[in-house]
Design a protein around this ligand. Structure first.
Ligand SMILES: *[C@@H]1O[C@H](CO)[C@@H](O)[C@H](O)[C@H]1NC(C)=O
Ligand SMILES: *[C@@H]1O[C@H](CO)[C@@H](O)[C@H](O)[C@H]1NC(C)=O
Ligand SMILES: *[C@@H]1O[C@H](CO)[C@@H](O)[C@H](O)[C@H]1NC(C)=O
Length: 558
């Protein structure tokens, strides 16, 4: 890395600098789509990456969870502090279509459920909301997110309030007991109308997790097209987010027949991916093989949409944040690679550290929740560090496209391979400060703009940077079923794999867990060469420019 500041004119540097700074600030709304990217409304149509957290407001009490524990603005602020820029706020359809439900107050709703402690906590934390009708209380939560500059996606999670979802809950598919298509269209119109003038409401999810015995592709087209049209006609600003069949895991039918709509550049597809969907596979089989199979499946069922020019929003994913569920841990590494590689938009399940009541359990703790039981602190700050890389965009329109490069992502830590100086070994560090690499046709990984390439040394040793980039110890080949091992050959022809040791130093070791074995965890050796545009160059240059300008007496932050 040898940026010579003197060789660049100051105005050019300032443009880059403001681009970098602007990225951290807010997007110009409304959002729309440009092929597979979601972009803002600025002059250059810059990419906006949705890094959302689900906030449930569809359970029995029909009020956003957590308001008995913390003031609404405090929660909105915590969401931003944890690195999310958006909330997928869920609601039950009947909140908007059943006047009797929408008009009872929060307090009455809790009283009906016998939730006296919730009332006490709510009176302390959100006294101005407790006596509002449920529909007004929902508006207050949206208003809080809006004023705190959190983007909002309104998601119709279910019809009748309660935990979602099952095949037999009467809310699974058009024509089910609680799922009359006309009532649904009326509800969508109400929601679209109510939040038409709330700028940060950037999207509406038509319906969560269609499912159950009545599922039918031709009926899917009939009503999802109608739903998309009424939302767009009522509020042409919002992204219209469309879910598939089989609990939002299957959009494969779109390969045969696209949706027929009167508008474009506003459609986003959503998909869900949890570890428990492949519980047995992760338990019983080799992690490389399972990751390869699951990614193959998800690509066939929804990932293909990226190639067809639509954004794909992973609107639900998540893990037990205690880190004790082995299936979840393995899934998470595979999931992170896929999301980083395609640089997808997503919403994690869930914000809630606990629920007022879920499935009959009062104040039930949620171990998937990013906040702890009393909504005070992050449940697991090391998890938040691990997902920080996928909270920021790696690529996309408007992100210094003239500096395309590769970065080497390590999913087990959420970090990337970094070269700080020639005095230190290569290490894992934040992807935003990672090295930009070129991956050459002869499989050398060279630091962009230099002649230095990644070179395997003896087994167990730190990897080096070499300048002769033609021998086998400088050729890196993705191997194993997952293609997530980066292997090379050292002098005697022995195959080694890139690895990160417990100090996060990059070494080579014997390739491990390549196949069959279901007991061993390959994750320390999982690396993925992904496309980046932001990365180190922008960030480091920014800090250097900042230093230079500072020394010249220019304070950009004043
Ligand atoms: C799906 O619905 C269409 C239209 O109502 C109907 O003709 C068709 O038989 C249904 N398909 C299945 C598999 O039930
Ligand atoms: C892949 O999808 C098929 C159905 O399309 C399913 O039977 C199989 O279990 C899936 N496998 C994995 C590992 O997801
Ligand atoms: C956070 O998650 C990690 C695994 O990602 C786990 O090792 C750790 O124990 C968890 N911490 C807490 C406080 O649950």
């Amino acid at each position: 890395m040898n940026w010579k500041l003197s060789s660049y004119p100051l105005p050019f540097l300032l443009i880059i600098l403001t681009t970098v700074l602007h990225h951290r600030l807010t997007a110009a709304l409304p959002l729309s789509t440009d092929s597979r990217w979601i972009i803002d409304d600025g002059e250059f149509g810059k990419r906006v990456k949705l890094s959302c957290v689900n906030w449930a407001s569809h359970l029995d009490a029909v009020i956003a969870e957590g308001l008995s524990k913390q003031p609404v603005d405090v929660i909105s602020n915590k969401i931003l502090k944890m690195g999310f820029n958006c909330v997928r706020l869920t609601y039950p359809l009947f909140l908007f279509t059943d006047k009797n439900l929408g008009s009872i107050t929060v307090k009455q709703s809790f009283l009906k459920l016998g939730l006296f402690d919730a009332i006490t906590g709510f009176e302390v934390n959100n006294p101005s909301i407790i006596d509002l009708p449920l529909i007004k209380a929902f508006q207050e939560v949206v208003a809080s997110l809006d004023r705190n500059n959190v983007m909002i996606i309104l998601d119709n999670q279910i019809s009748k309030p309660g935990w979602c979802c099952s095949d037999s809950d009467g809310s699974g598919f058009f024509g089910d007991e609680y799922f009359d298509p006309d009532t649904w269209l009326t509800g969508l119109t109400q929601v679209a109308t109510m939040f038409k003038d709330t700028p940060n409401v950037v999207g509406m999810s038509l319906r969560n997790e269609l499912r159950g015995p009545k599922e039918n592709v031709s009926i899917w087209y009939r009503y999802m097209q109608k739903g998309a049209e009424v939302v767009h006609a009522t509020n042409p600003n919002v992204l219209v987010i469309v879910s598939g069949l089989s609990y939002d895991k299957d959009l494969s039918f779109l390969q045969i027949q696209p949706m027929s709509l009167t508008f474009s550049n506003k459609i986003v597809y959503e998909v869900h991916w949890y570890g428990f969907s492949n519980d047995e596979d992760w338990k019983n089989d080799n992690a490389n093989e399972v990751c390869a199979r699951v990614v193959y499946n998800i690509t066939r069922r929804s990932g293909f949409l990226l190639d067809e020019g639509y954004p794909l929003f992973i609107s639900e994913w998540g893990v037990d944040l205690r880190g004790t569920n082995e299936v979840d841990n393995r899934y998470l590494n595979c999931f992170s690679v896929w999301v980083a590689d395609h640089d997808l938009d997503w919403a994690i399940w869930t914000l809630a550290g606990s629920y007022y009541i879920r499935q009959g359990n009062v104040e039930m703790e949620e171990f998937f929740g990013v906040l702890d039981w009393d909504w005070r602190k992050p449940r697991n700050s090391s998890f938040l560090k691990k997902i920080a890389a996928i909270q920021s965009p790696f690529q996309g329109p408007g992100l210094s496209e003239n500096s395309q490069h590769k970065i080497i992502f390590h999913p087990a830590t959420g970090l990337c391979v970094q070269h700080q100086s020639f005095l230190q070994p290569l290490r894992l560090g934040p992807c935003s400060e990672a090295e930009g690499w070129d991956y050459t046709p002869n499989k050398a990984l060279t630091i962009k703009g230099t002649n230095y390439c990644l070179k395997a040394d003896e087994l167990g040793n730190n990897v080096k940077l070499g300048t002769i980039c033609t021998d086998t110890s400088t050729q890196w080949e993705p191997i194993s079923a997952s293609k997530l091992h980066l292997s090379s050959k050292i002098n005697n022809g022995e195959e080694v794999c890139l690895d990160a040791n417990s100090e996060n130093t990059i070494v080579t070791n014997t390739c491990k867990c390549l196949a069959d074995d279901n007991t061993c965890d390959p994750a320390s050796q999982w690396f993925k060469i992904i496309n980046g545009t932001m990365g180190s160059r922008a960030t480091r240059m920014y800090s250097r420019i900042d230093t230079v300008l500072w020394s010249l007496g220019v304070n950009l932050f004043a």
